[in-house]
Design a protein around this ligand. Structure first.
Ligand SMILES: CC(C)(COP(=O)(O)OP(=O)(O)OC[C@H]1O[C@@H](n2cnc3c(N)ncnc32)[C@H](O)[C@@H]1OP(=O)(O)O)[C@@H](O)C(=O)NCCC(=O)NCCS
Length: 182
């Protein structure tokens, strides 16, 4: 079942998306802003990666698709913990000309609605490198609260940076939803 937002649709990743994923996965500006890390990535490596999680109910990854422009990025719900009912969420708008257009906001709102109202999760987590102001503003705008900082958790460009830990609970989502959905 696709997950429908106001401006975006979250759908499964298909083989034909892999060339775009390769471009985004090898883009230093995008990767510098993400908590994960990998060596240069090939189509073959991405094929194996895709096979690994396609039937996996712990780690789910989606294409952020739009009617007007096609695929513009990816979003995930990973480390889904079905007992304690939480998950980790991350995203990227890979095509830079579509940043600042509200697609990030709609993606986070759509992920929250799906996680809390369809999967019945209790909380969502994310982490952001301290210099990623765009991402910090995006999640704060969507009601996520900073819950702490891990000092010197990321090594990028020859120095360490802090890891900002953010989260949102179902309770906060319910309270904020009327104002967020406007
Ligand atoms: C972070 C990211 C997902 C934001 O997506 P986006 O579609 O540009 O976000 P939106 O257009 O919905 O903007 C949301 C808010 O973020 C802020 N924002 C967006 N881009 C910004 C920038 N470059 N600098 C400062 N603030 C920014 C704005 O305050 C905006 O709120 P407003 O519309 O009320 O002013 C996108 O920049 C991105 O993919 N970056 C690279 C990968 C990444 O950092 N992923 C997140 C890892 S934690």
């Amino acid at each position: 079942m696709n997950i429908i937002g106001q401006k975006i649709i979250l759908r499964a990743i298909e083989q034909q998306d892999l060339p775009l994923l390769k471009i985004w996965g090898n883009d230093p500006e995008i990767q510098r802003n993400l908590g994960s890390w990998h060596f240069p990535v090939s189509i073959d490596a991405l094929k194996k990666w895709l096979e690994n999680f396609s039937f996996n109910d712990i780690n789910q990854r989606f294409i952020i698709d739009t009617q007007e422009h096609g695929p513009i990025g990816t979003a995930n719900l990973v480390s889904i913990n079905w007992k304690d009912r939480n998950a980790f969420h991350g995203m990227l708008i890979g095509d830079k000309k579509f940043r600042g257009c509200g697609y990030g906001t709609d993606t986070v709102l759509t992920i929250m609605r799906y996680a809390f109202e369809e999967l019945g999760l209790e909380r969502l987590d994310t982490t952001i490198i301290e210099y990623n102001t765009a991402s910090l503003k995006l999640y704060t705008k969507c009601g996520w609260a900073e819950e702490g900082r891990k000092e010197n958790a990321f090594f990028r460009q020859n120095r360490y940076w802090n890891n900002v830990i953010l989260g949102i609970t179902r309770h906060n989502w319910v309270q904020l939803k009327p104002s967020l959905s406007k």
